[in-house]
Design a protein around this ligand. Sequence first.
Ligand code: ZN
Length: 305
Amino acid sequence: MIQRNLVTCAGIVLALALAVAPTPAQQGKKVYISVDMEGISGINGDDQTAAGGAEYGRARKLMAEDANAAIRGAFEGGATDVLVNDSHGGQRNLLPEDLDPRARLISHSFKRHGMMEGLDESFDAVIFVGYHAKADSPRGVFAHTGSGVVKDLVVNGKSVGEGGMNARLAQWFGVPVVMVTGDDVAVEQQKETVPNVRGVVVKRAINTRAVELRPLAEARREIQTAARESVAAATTVPPERVRGDVVRANSYTVRMQFRNVNIPEVATAFTEVRLVAPDTVEFTRTSMPDAYRLIRVLYRFINPD
Ligand SMILES: [Zn+2]
């Protein structure tokens, strides 16, 4: 009887051990957070988003607060490693001393993968914080794509903003974009490339400038909760680069329409860049990171002035 009880006890102990043992999906997750500025809680002015603007100092603190809410949530949701990439303008807005000390920070804009620098297939989830609507959206605070020179960016026939372009890169690596924060238009547009993304609307765009701001504490609470829940639920997806239809998966045709003809004209120095209209170029690359790098060169590193 005693022996039988011991066996039963051993069985119970084993069952309990199996119940609490982490499955691979529950082990520490690696989370990537790209933080832009226009879609941050409390921000709606040029003097906030431009380095040197009168309210820039305040705005970068607000940016750190939204980022920190996402970082806290990510750790609560099972992350053991969080990488933050400063993704706005010169990309030196976040001060390391303002950031949750558990997170690592990538700073400065001279990087090939810009808003997605440092992402690779080792991550389990991507979070976009402070994102905005794409260029020429009729509504959406500070709507633009990449920089002020782009009128439209089309990847494989689909018009995308920064959130869409960045999601395509994450999809290439097989890392799910689990959450986005920004104004209501940015969140809605993100669903076009990531239908199941968890959205946190921190402000309502009245037009491209005026906004209705949510109370800061309430917005940050929701960011933290959403980050916790979406990181906990994150499951990796098959990377696009090895999906069955090799021809489709490995061909990225990019069309970029600019606000003037200057950049398109000089961009044809890249032999694969075709001029398809005076203000529009097109090119095809065989990987999304490769396409991403050229998109970035074209909108950021050619200066007609
Ligand atoms: Zn941006």
